[in-house]
Design a protein around this ligand. Sequence first.
Ligand SMILES: Nc1nc2c(ncn2[C@@H]2O[C@H](COP(=O)(O)OP(=O)(O)OP(=O)(O)O)[C@@H](O)[C@H]2O)c(=O)[nH]1
Ligand SMILES: [Mg+2]
Length: 416
Amino acid sequence: MLDNEFLSLPLIGHPMLNATDIAKSDYISILKTLVNMFAHGNTWSDASAAAYAEYFGVLEARELSESELAINIRNLTADRFSFRTFRITTFRHLLIFDVLFLVAYGNEQNGRTVTDFILPLLRKKHRKDVLKLIDLLYNTASHDGKFMSAKHLIGCWRQNSRFTELPLTHILVTATMSAGKSTLINTLFGDDVFAARNEVCTDRTQTVCNKPFRDGVVYRDGDSSALFSESLVGSRLCLIDTPGVNSARYPAHRDITRTTIAAGQYDLLLYIISATQIGVTDDDAHLRYVLAKKPPNVSIVFVLNKLDTFNEDDSVCGSIDRLRDRLIEYGIAEPLICPVSATVGRLAKKDYNNVPLSEIESVFYDAYIEAFGTPELDLSVYYPHETVPDKPPLYLQSGLAGLEQTILQISEGLQR
Ligand SMILES: Nc1nc2c(ncn2[C@@H]2O[C@H](COP(=O)(O)OP(=O)(O)OP(=O)(O)O)[C@@H](O)[C@H]2O)c(=O)[nH]1
Ligand SMILES: [Mg+2]
C-alpha cells in the first residue's frame, strides 16, 4: 500500500473555492492533464484529482493538448487584479502546490521533474518563487511570507507529513459470522465503509485506514479504503476486516481468515463475541486457533457486542463474569473485555456528528436513550472513568467511547 493512501486532501477551505467557475474549470483541467503526464497509472493521484474536480463542482474536466496546457498555465499563473478584494491575486502558488501534492507528494525528484516542465511556462520573474516553494515543501525551509495565498495548503501538507511519520498500527478484527465485525469497524469510522448484514456478508479480507484530517473524501482502492475518523485522531491505524469463520455454506471464508491470522501482519487483535451467542461452541474452535496462531506479542481485546439485545432477565455484569471465567480457562490470565453495542454506538455517533437519523433510527434512538440510561445497561461503568473523553451520555453508555479510548491507548502504547 502506498503511503499516499493515508493523505487527507486540502479541500476544505481551499482558496480556489472562491474563484470563478471558469478559473476552477481551467485549474482542474491543468491538474488532470499533469496528473496524467507525470503520475500516469497512479490510482491515488487519479482518484484525488477526481475528488478535487467534484469538490470544486467541475463536472467535465477535459484533458488539454500541449498548447492548451501552456496557455492555461500561463493564464492562471499571471497576476490579476481582483475587483472583489481590490488587490492583486494569483493562483500561481496554489496551482504549483496542488500539482506537487497530487503528482509528487513525498517524492522530491518527481517534484523537480514536474516543475522543470512548468517553469518555462511561467514568466521569468515568477520562477524563483516556485523553486522556493519546492524547498519549503520538501525541505521544510522556513516560511518567508511569500506564499500567503497557499498558507492553508502548506499547513495541510505539513499535517499530512506529521501523520505519515507516525508508526502504523494494524488491528485485525475477527469473530464467528455476524458477530458485528463490519458494523463495529463502520461505527469506529463513523461511516458505512463495509457492508454489514444479518447473513454471511464479508467474503474477503478488507482494510480501512484513518487519515489525518477531515477532507470529506473516502478513498477506495480495491479492498483497501481510507477516510478520516474523528474518533481515531492522534493515531495512525488500519483495521482489517475478515470473514466470519463458521459458515457451513462458505467454508473458504474460514481459510481466508485463518491465513490472515496465521500470517501475523497485525499489532493488535479485536476478538468480537456476540452477546447473543455466549456459550455457543462455535467460538471455541476459533478462539483456540487464534490463541495458537497469533504472534505471541500481539494482545487481544475481547469485544462483547450486541448488548442492546439484553432484557431484564439477562445480566451484563453476569455475562462479562462468565465470559471472563471462560477465557481464563483458555489460559488468558487477565482478559481485557470491552462491552459494547455497535448498533447503539453507531446511532449515538451519528447524532454526535449531526448526521440526520432516519425515522426508524430516531424511534430506536429514543428507546436506547431510555434503556442505556438505566444502571442495568449503562456500559460506561465497565471502563475507567477518568480516561474516557467527554461525550454525550448514549455515546458513553453504549460502550463505544470506552472502546475507542481503549483502542487508542493500546495503539499509543504500541507506538512508544
Ligand atoms: N442488535 C445488534 N445488532 C448488531 C450489532 N452489531 C451488529 N449487529 C447486526 O448483526 C448483523 C451482522 O453484522 P455484521 O457487521 O455484518 O457482522 P459481521 O461479523 O461482519 O458478519 P460476517 O462478515 O458475515 O461474518 C447485522 O444485521 C448488524 O446490524 C449490535 O451491537 N446489536
Ligand atoms: Mg462482516
